[in-house]
Design a protein around this ligand. Sequence first.
Ligand code: TYD
Ligand code: MG
Length: 459
Amino acid sequence: MAKSRTQYVCTNCGKRSPGFLGRCPQCGEFNTMQEEVLEASKSAPVKQNRQPAGTLRAEPQRLHEVQAQVEDRYRVPVEEFNRVMGGGVVPGSISLIGGDPGIGKSTLLLEVSALLANSLGHVLYVSGEESAHQIKMRADRLNLNAPDLFLLTETNLSNIFEQVQRIDPAVLIIDSIQTVYADDLDSSPGLVSQVRECASRLQALAKSSGISVFLIGHVTKEGNIAGPRVLEHIVDTVLYLEGDPFQTFRLLRSVKNRFGATSEVGVFEMQGAGMVEVPNPSEAFLAERVVNAPGAAIAVTMEGTRPLLVEVQALTSPTSFGNPRRTPNGVDMNRLLLVSAVLSKRVGLRLHEQDIFVNVIGGLKIDEPASDLAMAMAMASSYFDVPIPADLAIMGEVGLSGEIRAVSQIAMRLNEASKIGFKRALIPRMRRKIDQIPKGLELLPVRNIVEALQVAVPR
Ligand code: TYD
Ligand code: MG
């Protein structure tokens, strides 16, 4: 057996060091350095049989001779899922689905695997976290009926590979990658070296056999379990399932996709019977809207290639003592500070003596600058206690001198606003003509924040 060497890797920033350090010299975090085995034993049993001998050597090919296989995707009858995957699941691809514990990753993938099993044949769902009985109970609750879906409760990677060879599934789900381990490595499951090695072996399996693999990864706050971030470069597609645990909406967001657009978003709702797709998210986000309430504005934001209408609420209230508070929920703190500074300086609102709360309805996070103007109007509306007209949709970036800057893809945003039933749109004054203005939508172009206030918060 070859002697194994070790090094230490920071689970937070990836800094490597030959010896143990209590504090990472790169990111300054304590207790994040973790041992990693560099050279495992030479007789790795899994490594040898994961690829048939004949396929090891690759030959160069002329680019135009390479067969393009565009149509080769497994479509899931859940359009929101296909959208995020770039049109469907690519055979032989490996995807990572990350998210906080309890957000609904297992639920979503169990549903998807049952649907795939019904159209493709064998699908293998490997769980290292729950017993087959628990998964069956969940499947009953979700009303799933898939005779070709196989469950396996196993954490040893070689045993998983053995069962994969026996069952020959089209799709393999590993729930979660932090629980599986390769027994020829010395480190325990969940450590960086284990998680990375298991993922690369599964990647090799996907590439050589054409099986589509999904890895579930928990986002952890502790330093001793490797998070999904250490895997992002190994896999083809990285999706994150996010959402406020107290709300029912869940967003599946792609942050990396070798087969499609990134930052695409699929919207789901966690209901009693599982994750249900939300085909019209703008309508869903505006469902509980109270019209004519001061402090509420409708922003039109782009999530990937899709425009979304969301309600941005703001509340300003006099500070009782000391420093005024700024509490963002769903928006970036820096943008909140910028917008309130512009309102103080350019419009003269006395926000330095006000606490400001900003909330995006539906658990959505909007970090696009194009939603600045809606946030500014919501704050001013709450400050003056004057409601924003209910038929007004708002888009625009706020600049430091109070100017309203152009936004991208304005035609798509206007279309969505008109589709939902908005009659007027507050937009930046654009130098280029907007093509295809939807019928029945009045455009109100403004140059700066003072003009915007005259339209949105008339006093
Ligand atoms: P789960 O998929 O187990 O989360 P993860 O795998 O990301 O850790 O989801 C757990 C939560 O979802 C749990 O709090 C209960 C809730 N849930 C529902 O609301 N409806 C359902 O149909 C199911 C199966 C779960
Ligand atoms: Mg789970």
